[in-house]
Design a protein around this ligand. Structure first.
Ligand code: CA
Length: 709
């Protein structure tokens, strides 16, 4: 997996970062750029023209009080300016806007500062992530954004560094390594700053790392505290009493190796309670038999955890998927809101993790208030409000030789694509994914320290090729935008989406909801009833969330466009059939009555499949499939169908020559992120993988509908 075998280099285009604008307006830059402190962040609603942290406020509601653009005039919203990006990898970032300057990140953890009124470039910073580190990233070389504080801009890099930049110049002020670089940690999430401490977690739960969140002093980069989400090496003392308790929820022989639970996305903060909240990812491997053989809840996997902001001391947790076996991360957006429930005002925490249930928790205590499925769920019939535990469906547990079809599947009912809560409509706007998967234990599973290794038989879970079966399965993989009432726990309106994966959400006091789509549109809906009011062609699939801000008194809506992330890499035909064929990564900004336009796209000519004849034996092809599915498909797509971002190997020019081995075993394309797999694969293995890809290319020939559009 994480291989980039074919000869098309898509990592870095030649365009560079250039901005185009037809606006002569000047931004209202402040004397001290990114001059954000505790008071400004806590009182962010008093300056709605800025977007000063990832979710705009510490509550991460992604609701803006701005209403210059509203349900009456949004039809006049038009492109104001755009910036072309120097990559065609996925764009997941949320820009930050402070006093007329916008800071945003792109793939490979690069940071840019531009004028918020015009897109004019001020500076850029490239942390020079080694391309070969991409092999450690399950889900593309994406980055979700920066944090700002007292004149500094903070970014977490894919290879595990936290870098503080001078907001005026983009030059590094300090840089620290937040990980043990012997392990395949990655950072894709945005830092948050709370009380002068930069909070940052990491990813890698598919690769066997041990999850944690750390706090670093914003001024010096010195670590203030670290909270591990799971117990570590039992021969070492526990880092805290709560981990000693957590260890009792794990079974089997002592784990020498770490077992997941990464904190890779959501962090929110309640200044009154002084609590930091974050979501914890899945365990390694996914298969609990292989991770914790006699069962157990495996704390704090798949949980929401609350800590004291000053010390990182544990306060409470709520585990959403005890003993998770389905890759049900709980890392998804954590939104804080004040609601009246049963006539009582409640400080709540709203959460829609991958497992398909929408949870309302009391954020002071962690008490479960309510939970209902927001998408098709088969692993549990409901959540017991007395115990807070799921009523699990025994059929959802799988083992060697016994597969279990389960909804949601590994993409989850909702992933990192941010949801939004509007205090005006009291609705949550949620990008829902409708997915399922056939989970089955990998009978050849062996625990190893490094590398993607989740204990699942991905051959059993691969897309069947009988046309009717495939068509039926593809018909079930879709998504929708849901307007969800968290008090009544029911959907109020929805917009159906062709793809399960679309952009994150923004809601505004203008009675508007904005979302980008896999098909490449940015769309606006009435927040109260879901009526579609506006759409703009972004020329590229969107997975990031839009923001809104003002510059020179005018309201803008901005979004990063760029198809990528785990779904287009790994989901094969499901991604190819629901996404947009061309990927043009850009930052786009819109305002009322503007007149800019995008250049028209060059005509897209689908490549022609021209594979060599498939002459390998069935046994060799099968062996190739059993190697390809766990090792290559996470980047090059399920059953060797590329999803439109990384090379589709069926089109590779090295299927009939020895360059294949130069790439796979000797690292010829390591500068593009395709490292050598000589530690995992023999020459015969690499040949078997090639035989499988050749077989799949030939199998694809009579089905023109499966070729890229
Ligand atoms: Ca995961």
């Amino acid at each position: 997996m994480i291989s980039i075998l074919a000869i098309t280099l898509v990592l870095v285009g030649a365009a560079g970062c250039r901005s185009k604008s037809n606006s002569a307006a000047t931004a209202q830059e402040s004397a001290t750029p990114a001059n954000v402190d505790a008071s400004r962040l806590i009182n962010a609603d008093q300056q709605p023209g800025n977007w000063m942290s990832y979710g705009r406020t510490y509550s991460e509601q992604r609701f803006s009080p701005l209403k210059q653009i509203n349900d009456q005039n949004v039809g006049q919203l038009a492109l104001a300016w755009y910036v072309d990006l120097d990559t065609r990898r996925g764009q997941e970032g949320t820009p930050i806007v402070v006093d007329g300057v916008m800071y945003f990140t792109t793939a490979w953890s690069k940071v840019f500062a531009v004028k918020a009124a015009t897109g004019e470039k001020l500076w850029s910073y490239d942390p020079k992530v080694p391309p070969e580190w991409a092999v450690n990233a399950c889900c593309d070389v994406v980055n979700r954004g920066v944090a700002v504080w007292e004149g500094k801009v903070f970014v977490g890099t894919l290879d595990g560094r936290l870098v503080a930049l001078d907001a005026a110049s983009g030059r590094p002020v300090w840089e620290i390594l937040t990980i043990d670089a012997h392990f395949p940690y990655t950072i894709t999430g945005a830092p948050r700053v709370v009380k002068g401490k930069v909070l940052i977690g990491n990813g890698g739960a598919e690769y066997g790392v041990r999850g944690y969140i750390s706090a670093y002093d914003a001024a010096s980069g010195k670590m203030v505290w670290r909270f591990y989400t799971i117990p570590g090496d039992p021969s070492q003392p526990y880092e805290s009493p709560v981990l000693e308790k957590a260890a009792k929820t794990w079974t089997g022989p002592p784990r020498k190796l770490a077992s997941g639970g990464t904190v890779w996305d959501s962090v929110s903060y309640d200044p009154d309670l002084d609590l930091v909240y974050f979501g914890v990812g899945n365990g390694t491997p996914w298969d609990r038999h292989a991770r914790s053989p006699q069962g157990g809840d495996n704390l704090f996997l798949s949980s929401v955890v609350a800590l004291k902001a000053d010390t990182g001391e544990y306060v409470w947790h709520y585990q959403e998927t005890p003993g998770d076996a389905w890759d049900f991360d709980s890392a998804e957006s954590i939104v804080l809101a004040d609601l009246t429930i049963n006539q009582s005002p409640r400080k709540v925490l709203l959460h829609a993790p991958k497992n398909g249930f929408f949870y309302v928790l009391d954020r002071a205590t962690g008490e479960l208030i309510s939970a209902k499925p927001y998408t098709a769920v088969s692993w549990a019939t409901g959540i017991d409000l007395k115990t807070g535990r799921p009523n699990e469906n025994p059929q959802a547990r799988y083992e060697v030789g016994k597969g279990a079809p389960v909804a949601p599947g590994p993409p989850g009912g909702h992933s990192w694509h941010s949801m939004s809560f509007s205090p005006h409509t009291r609705l949550v706007y949620l990008p829902v994914q409708e997915t399922g998967f056939l989970y089955k234990s990998d009978e050849h599973f062996q625990k190893k320290a490094i590398g993607y290794n989740v204990g699942i038989d991905f051959v059993a879970g691969g897309m069947p090729q009988q046309p009717e079966v495939k068509k039926a399965i593809l018909g079930t993989i879709k998504g929708h935008l849901s307007a969800w009432d968290p008090i009544q726990q029911r959907e109020i309106w929805r917009v159906d989406r062709q793809s399960p994966v679309n952009g994150g959400l923004l809601s505004t006091a203008g009675n508007l909801v904005f979302q980008g789509t896999a098909q490449g549109n940015l769309e606006a809906y009435r927040a109260d009833n879901g009526q579609k009011l506006w759409s703009a062609d972004a020329q590229s699939g969107i997975v990031a969330a839009p923001i809104t801000y003002t510059a020179n008194g005018e309201q803008y809506v901005a979004v990063l466009a760029g198809w990528g992330g785990v779904f287009p890499l790994a989901a094969g035909e499901a991604a190819l059939s629901s996404g947009r064929a061309q990927n043009v990564s850009r930052l786009l900004a819109f305002k009322l009555n503007s007149k800019a336009s995008l250049p028209s796209l060059p005509p897209f000519t689908p490549p022609q499949l021209n594979p060599p004849k498939s002459i390998a034996t069935a046994a060799t092809i099968h062996r190739g499939e059993t190697l390809f599915q766990p090792l290559c498909s996470p980047c090059h797509g399920d059953v060797a169908v590329g999803g439109g971002v990384l090379p589709d190997l069926r089109y590779s020019g090295s299927l009939d020559n020895d360059q294949w081995f130069e790439i796979v075993l000797k690292g010829q394309l390591k500068q593009a992120g395709m490292v050598s797999f000589d530690k995992d694969l023999s020459h015969d293995d690499a040949a078997a993988i090639r035989a499988y890809v050749v077989f799949r290319a030939n199998q694809s020939l009579p089905q023109p509908a499966s070729a890229p559009k």
